[in-house]
Structure formats: structure tokens, C-alpha cells
Design a protein around this ligand. Sequence first.
Ligand code: GDD
Ligand code: MN
Length: 412
Amino acid sequence: MMQIDSRSRISDIRNTSEPDNLDTATLQAAPDAGFDTLRRSSEQGAEAFRQPVAELTIVVPTYAERDNIAELVRRLTTVLAGIDWEVVFVDDDSPDGTSALAKSIASADPHVRCIRRVGRRGLSGACIEGILSSSSPIVAVMDADLQHDETLLPPMLKAIQTGADLVVASRYIAGGSAAQGFSGIRRWGSGLATGMARILTGTQVSDPMSGFFMIRREAIEDHAEALAGEGYKVLLDILWTAGKSLKIVELSYRFRERRRGESKLDALVTIDYLGLLFSKLLGGVLPVRFLMFGAVGASGIAVHLLVLGYALSTLHLSFEWSQFTAVIVAMTWNFVINNRLTYRDARLSGWRFVRGLVMFYLACSIGSVGNVGVASWIYSFHEAAWLAALAGAIIGAVFNYAVSSALIWKRK
Ligand code: GDD
Ligand code: MN
């Protein structure tokens, strides 16, 4: 299915836009001419100016990388001399003005584009959006912070041109290394995650978590709807969704240390990654965020029971007071963890935190009324307590999740 003859496509496109000379006479005449002439002449002008589509688009997700992008463009320009390329920065409205800088570079350099996304955060989503914005037959994804070795791009391109569908730049095959780029806990998490990913996706790729790869664009276009687009592991997502149909090549590189700015990924990405695994295992029907919300809710039940036991047996409170305390502590726990984890891309602080917490208490209260209502209703005609309770809990959770996503942690 991947037998796409990209070379002939490129030459087709080139042929249609070969530089016929711009008809300056028509353009000059245009201002005085009627609307039709004006339109026709501007169409001819566009035809004359249209650039052939680049052979390679490099998608670079950015968040607060102002100090790195000019240097990255310089390096790409050097290393890709002789190749028809473009770079697309996909910036999530970084507060440091990364997108403004990228656009000012773009205004002078036709190799550069920038997509500024407002009110959204997320590495995978940014990568997919950048890829889908491209018309090139071949796309690469790499980080902005110069940790990925740009000199690997020409050999990666060569591998695609000679038949590969996907080329993964790997830290973990002979010749590659992860250097000191990672803290101990992340190295451990990364090793564990890599092993699990290999088993679950059935691919032999040594570095399924790599943020540096090149792929035929059609391979993504064909599967765009099945990709989760959440979290940080876009390559894993691609491997999972399309891996079996792709001819994959791995090339080694040394993961460099970041010199400017700081990493946006922390130990929490391992949890995020487990969310992606579960979501994929369940066929992608439930969003990663909902699964995380559910997992946090489950941990809240444990917290509830612990507090309840402590209040009853150690503090000797009445059952009512113990239960009340446990409910408040568990709701607060859920709120704090969701704020830190599930909705960390829309994290609340200061007054917004307090306001969010109050809203969360309210939402949970309404959710639990719904929970009890549905459970009692089901129990009234079907005396299976577990079924009634489960249905009630699901209704409550879905309600809380909907309110949380739409009202409490809404992204502006
Ligand atoms: N648009 C957008 N939105 N970009 C983001 C976001 C976001 O929410 N978060 C991070 N980025 C960008 C960063 O600006 C950077 O260019 C790139 O994504 C990687 O982020 P880092 O914060 O530098 O991640 P890392 O170095 O810890 O890990 C990277 O390299 C690993 C090895 O290849 C990631 O690519 C990992 O996925 C990868 O495993
Ligand atoms: Mn990095």
C-alpha cells in the first residue's frame, strides 16, 4: 500500500509550475482594467509565482524555544543545501514570543513557516497538525532545542528515497546514545516505557519514543483520524496505528544536551504515556484525558476510605463527620491531582485555583446526586446492587469530567 512514487509526483508538480515569465504588461495594465481582467491577471501572476512544493517538510513543535529557533534554521540551511525543504514551526502561543520570531524569520526566508496555535497545548497534536499542513511527499519531525542531530536529516531522506516509509532516529542502536540528556528517573521511565511499547505495538523499533523521525506524508494522511493526537508520544501513536504496514529503517544518533531553555517534559510524562497505552488498548474510543480523570477518581476512592478509617478509629469522630471529612479530602485530592496531571496544560493557580476548587466541589455534589439517582432508578427494576452502583458511578464520573473539561479547566 505504501508504493507511492514520490519522485514522479514531485516532477509532475514541478512541470505545472515551471517558471513561465511573469507577464508584467498585464499586471501594469490591471489597475485600469475591469474586474475580470484584474482577476485573470492576478491568477496568471499567482501561477507564475507559485513555488513547487518542497520535497521535505520538517515539522518542529515549539513551546518557549525563542533562543533556539534561529540557530536551528541556520543549521538546517547548511545541512540541507541542495535539498528542496521547508521548516514549519508549530507553536502553542508561547509566552516568550517564539511564534513572532519564527514569523519574522519566515518573512525573509521562504523556507520557513509558522503555525501559531492559540488556546491549545500538546506535543503530539502540534506534530500532527504540522504534518497535515504540509503538501510535501516527505515529512520529518524534530525538536527545536538542538538535541536532535540535524546532520542525520540527509541520510534519513536518502533512506526514504530508496524505499523506506518511516525512518526513526534512534538513541538505542549501535552508534546512538542518550547522552546525559535525561534525568535518572526519566531514563528509568523511558526504558520501561520503551520495553512495553515494543511488546504492545509488536514493532521491533529500538526507540519507539523518539521525537525525531521522517515519514512519507501519505502514511499519516491515511491514518490521521485514528491517531490520538494527545500526549507526547507521536511516533508511538503512529507505530501503533500504522506500524505493521510500514517499511521501517532506524538510524543512530547521539541525543545532545539541551543548551538553552528547559525541557517541558517531566517524570509525569510516563503516566501520560500509560494513558496513551490504555486508550489504544481500548481501541481509542475513550480519550486519554478521560482515562486519566477516571484513574484519579479511583485513587480518590482509596483516599476516601483511608481518611474515613482514620477519622473513625483514631479520631473517634461520628460516622457522619468522618464521612463528611473523607468526602472533602477526597474531592480536594482529586482536584489537586487533576490540576497537576490530567489538566496540566490548563493548570490553575492563585485565585483561579480557589475558584476552580469551589466549582469542582459543586460539580462533584451535583454529580453524586446524579449518581445516586441513576443507581436507585436501575435498582428499582433490577435488583443487582453492583450493576446499579456501577451505572451510577459512570454517570457521576462522566458528568464531573464534562464539567471539568468544559468549565473548570477550559483552555482560553
Ligand atoms: N507546540 C508544542 N506544544 N510544542 C511543545 C510542547 C507543547 O505543548 N511541549 C513541548 N514542545 C516542544 C519543545 O519546545 C521541543 O521543541 C520539543 O517539543 C520537545 O520538548 P522537550 O521539552 O525538549 O522534550 P525532551 O527533550 O525532554 O524530550 C524529547 O526528546 C525525546 C527523545 O527524542 C521529546 O521529543 C520526547 O518525545 C522524546 O522521547
Ligand atoms: Mn528537548
